[in-house]
Design a protein around this ligand. Structure first.
Ligand SMILES: [Zn+2]
Length: 296
């Protein structure tokens, strides 16, 4: 309801874009002037009163050059960001009453591109790392086991007390020391404590500057060796089955990125919403409260 009230009109959406772009108020990037003159093209393009330079409020966002209403984009991003298991083009089309399936598909595709951006910040502190196979024969699916279809995927999860912090997933060529070392180096800050199983492929981590701690014995029978990594993998598998049925080898990296995006932003849907629209690359996320306060 709050979202609906906030973004009920094109004006409200424009106001939000404007506030995301110029949180301190309009500043012309050419002359530095703060006064707005003419507005063009459905008031999406703003002209500086001082020098006449034009700026579009949608520049750098997923909505740039679109013919669809901003409201539709905002709703689509909202649904994609908050619909926990993810949303298909068919669902999006139905939910937003979009006439053409191609339009829904294209919007979803554009919003998903924001999820494909690699997560920049490295995992820190204490993590669990493991590797697992994905794909191939699965119970309940038609067709036999197809060898060579399985992908080896590396998982790294931050330890946060008894729970999990951020997660990283990556398709690996093999479980060699080189591949696993490259995966950990790419995802995890040096000096981190890295819990692994006893696989010798992780032996090189110490040389790479990590505090590797191999676990080989369960404290209690039936307990998982690396419970957080294990939980992340089973959640990923459930999500892949539930939302996407199955991910082909070709599309697997994109699905892994989407899963990581959703996992790491669970609990902060407004940040996910802004990232999807392409707003947060420039500024810290603007909160609804800030927008509401501006409008008041
Ligand atoms: Zn100017």
């Amino acid at each position: 309801m709050a979202f609906q009230d906030c973004f009920a009109t094109e004006d409200a959406c424009r106001e939000y874009l404007f506030a995301s772009r110029w949180p301190e108020g309009f500043r012309c990037r050419r002359c530095g002037g703060g006064e707005i003159g003419e507005r063009h093209r459905g008031r999406l393009v703003w002209q500086c009163k001082g020098c006449g330079a034009q700026t579009s409020v949608t520049a750098g966002t997923v909505m740039h050059g679109t013919r669809q209403p901003l409201r539709l984009w905002f709703w689509a991003a909202y649904l994609v960001a908050t619909h926990h298991p993810g949303i298909s083009a068919v669902q999006l089309q139905r939910q937003l009453d979009i006439g053409r399936h191609e339009t829904a598909w294209m919007m979803l595709h554009k919003l998903r591109q924001a999820m494909v951006a690699p997560e920049r910040e490295q995992l820190k502190g204490e993590i669990e790392a493991d590797e697992f196979f994905l794909g191939g024969y699965e119970e309940g699916l038609k067709g036999g086991r197809q060898r060579g279809e399985k992908a080896l995927v590396g998982v790294a999860v931050e330890v946060r007390g008894r729970g999990s912090g951020r997660v990283r997933l990556q398709v690996l060529c093999d479980a060699s020391g080189d591949s696993l070392g490259a995966f950990i180096t790419a995802t995890t800050a040096t000096a981190a404590i890295v819990h692994t199983d006893g696989w010798p492929g992780y032996n090189g981590l110490t040389k790479l500057g990590y505090d590797r701690r191999a676990r080989s014995q369960r404290a209690e029978p039936g307990e998982q060796l690396l419970p957080r990594a294990h939980r992340a993998v089973s959640n990923l598998k459930a999500w892949l089955h539930g939302t996407h049925r199955w991910a082909s080898r070709e599309h697997l990296p994109a699905y892994l990125d989407e899963y990581v995006f959703r996992h790491n932003r669970r609990g902060i849907p407004h940040a996910a919403f802004q990232t999807l629209l392409g707003l947060s690359a420039r500024h810290e996320p603007v909160t609804y409260r800030q927008i509401i306060d501006r409008a008041a």
